[in-house]
Write a protein that binds this ligand. Structure first.
Ligand SMILES: [Zn+2]
Length: 485
């Protein structure tokens, strides 16, 4: 009997311990969940709230912020106002763009939705870091608080130089720091005046308007790369012939014939007997089509994808992905065309700037960025953005060889008009065919100075003719502005 009692007491004790353990476990689970919730709330408040606030689908929430804050100011890197909200006596707000159309695409607008920097920086412009006491005072008085100021990487001198040099042509100019990816200038034409966006909206989006003024051609315009693509054809050839690529020779009589196909050199020029660097400098189509026939296009495809083709560009700006589709087993005609940047390949001017920048930056491709810092209305630094590497696309030795070849384009080839006094340029021209019977698109991509690269420029002029005579001088105007002429 006693034994039985002892037994049941033991069991009772055991089950009580078990219950205690369960209570402890449940408590831990609850405490754990609670901590996760607190953590998430904190994370949400400090991090996700910007994303949430910035979400274009969250317009009611954004409306709430714009009811409390006056949209902040956007500045250039040299301290000039690119966008500012003016408030009149009746409290009516209007967004003012002092440079008119000059920065239209990159700075964007904020009334017909948000685009450009107005979109990327929306959460900062509709947030405030003024003195909390002042903010409480404003809120008590039901007054709006001024949003934070966003400083960009854009330089008004370079933007003006690019804008004026492009003139009335359609096209785009991008200038970037090849080591950091800071975008120094970004112009797209035809443009529009963002001060008038509400008044001209219907006209801009009407079907009769074939100019696509709202498209940022610098990051969204897809064009055949033309001979600027020879930079990548050259690199693949060097990789496949590491010991003997300098032995290459070609005799150009202006037309390269393969069976029924003919590849012509620009302006029917006969380049004569050439080695590899001369063929590149003079942009001989025959030589590069013949090189293309020797290449392993599976490897070429991988190289192009490494350089950023067929993927979204690493940028917050609206952009389109460049396209490279050729693989092994493609037709002879496709191989001949693709090797000289024709055929189905397309690229944006911004992406082409990134490729030239990778050569300038010893093989490391950087992410383009356009926001430099966020400051409170009184000038206190809130946040500073920094440069990020995208990926290593080639070795420093390969970049040095490409630089030597691109330097020859300017000293002995088609790109001589890209260079002015006081700096030395390495680059590549292109005259890209896109429709028969139409003038070619003119390209130039390159950077200065070859010894210590500071600025890469990519120029595309729609139906501008020859890259060397139309696009290279536009790049020169931007280089001149940078080096202070
Ligand atoms: Zn030729």
């Amino acid at each position: 009997m006693r034994n039985i009692q002892k037994q049941s007491l033991k069991e009772e004790g055991r089950s009580r311990k078990k219950i205690n353990r369960e209570i402890v476990l449940v408590t831990y689970v609850f405490v754990g969940l609670f901590l996760i919730m607190i953590g998430y709330l904190g994370y949400f408040t400090y991090k996700e709230s910007d994303t949430y606030r910035n979400n274009p689908y969250n317009s009611k929430r954004q409306q709430l912020f714009s009811d409390r804050y006056i949209r902040g100011t956007i500045l250039s890197s040299d301290g000039k106002v690119l966008a500012k909200t003016e408030v009149d006596e009746d409290g009516k707000e209007s967004r003012n763009y002092p440079y008119g159309p000059m920065f239209a695409h990159v700075v964007g607008y904020s009334t017909k939705g948000n685009t450009g920097i107005e979109s990327i920086a929306n959460s900062y412009l509709l947030n405030t870091h003024i003195n909390p006491a002042l903010q409480i005072l404003y809120e008590l008085k039901e007054q709006k608080t001024l949003g934070d100021t966003v400083k960009t990487t854009l330089d008004t001198r370079l933007q003006r130089a690019a804008y004026e040099a492009l003139g009335d042509a359609k096209g785009a100019v991008v200038a970037m720091d090849p080591k950091t990816g800071a975008i120094l200038a970004m112009v797209s034409k035809p443009d529009y005046d963002p001060n008038e966006i509400n008044a001209i909206w219907d006209e801009l989006v009407s079907e009769e308007n074939k100019n696509s003024n709202l498209v940022n051609r610098a990051s969204q315009g897809l064009y055949p790369p033309g001979s600027t693509f020879k930079i990548l054809t050259l690199l693949e050839y060097i990789r496949e012939n590491p010991g003997n690529y300098e032995d290459f020779s070609f005799d150009c009589d202006s037309v390269y014939e393969v069976g029924e196909y003919k590849i012509r050199c620009s302006k029917q020029i006969s380049h004569g007997e050439e080695d590899l660097i001369t063929a590149f400098a003079k942009s001989c189509n025959g030589a590069f089509s013949s090189i293309g026939q020797t290449l392993n296009f599976s490897e070429m495809y991988k190289l192009c994808e490494k350089f950023g083709y067929n993927a979204a560009l690493p940028t917050d700006l609206l952009s389109n992905a460049s396209s490279f589709v050729l693989k092994d087993g493609s037709s002879v005609w496709d191989v001949l065309q693709t090797s000289i940047g024709q055929g189905k390949t397309t690229i944006t001017p911004l992406h082409n700037a990134m490729i030239a920048a990778a050569v300038a930056n010893q093989g490391v491709m950087v992410k383009p960025y356009v926001l430099e810092s966020v400051e409170s209305e009184s000038g206190t630094l809130i946040k500073r953005f920094s440069s990020e590497n995208y990926r290593t696309v080639m070795s420093p030795e390969e970049a040095a060889v490409l630089q030597k070849y691109m330097r020859a384009v300017v000293t002995d080839g088609t790109g001589s008009k890209a260079e002015g006094d006081g700096y030395r340029v390495a680059g590549k021209t292109g005259s890209a065919e896109f429709a028969s019977g139409r003038e070619t698109h003119a390209w130039f991509v390159g950077y200065a100075d070859v010894e210590d690269p500071k600025i890469v420029v990519s120029v595309l002029v729609e139906e501008g003719g020859s890259g060397g005579s139309t696009a290279a001088p536009i790049a020169k105007a931007v280089f001149d502005a940078y080096y202070g002429e």
